[in-house]
Write a protein that binds this ligand. Structure first.
Ligand code: PNS
Length: 151
């Protein structure tokens, strides 16, 4: 079974993330969306809220699992027997950091990283941009509704 992990903060998930996830679903038997638990970084949504939002907007995919993790991503990969990471690259500016990270992950545990170029229509999107849009548009109810309003 070919498995891949799609890691991120997903604070909140955007259509840019969804684009990468959808394409990964066609290439792999199982795509694990892993939400980073980062105690040192303040977040807009709790990890449980983020997981709930991801589940709500990925119901159409049958080969997705949503999970959370903290610490090193390669440790999560080893524990869960996932040999590959998938990441979206929006622009060249993403590349330096991601290249370094992928080389460390390869060196540490032999975990491969697959980069996908973001669809041009989503290349300007990040969670922080989407947060602004959400705050303007959302009606302030359940965080589960937020992604419906995220571009
Ligand atoms: O959505 P984000 O905030 O851009 O996601 C960043 C994330 C979680 C994908 C990135 O921080 C990451 O891969 N962290 C893993 C930390 C790790 O394993 N570091 C070791 C290599 S230096």
């Amino acid at each position: 079974m070919r498995r891949v992990v799609c890691p991120g903060s997903f604070d909140p998930i955007t259509n840019g993330h969804l684009d990468i996830i959808a394409r990964a679903c066609t290439l792999f038997d199982e795509v694990v969306i892993a939400v980073l638990v980062n105690q040192t970084k303040s977040s807009l949504f709790t990890v449980d809220e983020r997981i709930e939002m991801i589940k709500q907007v990925t119901t159409r995919y049958t080969n997705i699992k949503v999970d959370s993790w903290s610490g090193l991503l390669v440790d999560y990969c080893r524990t869960n027997k996932i040999p590959t990471i998938v990441k979206g690259l929006r622009a060249v500016s993403d590349f330096d950091y991601e290249l370094q990270m992928s080389q460390v992950n390869l060196q540490l545990q032999g975990v491969e990283t697959l980069f996908m170029s973001t669809a041009p229509s989503h290349s300007f999107l990040s969670s922080s941009v989407s947060v602004i849009l959400c705050l303007i548009r959302v009606d302030g109810n359940s965080p589960g509704t937020v992604t419906e309003y995220c571009l």
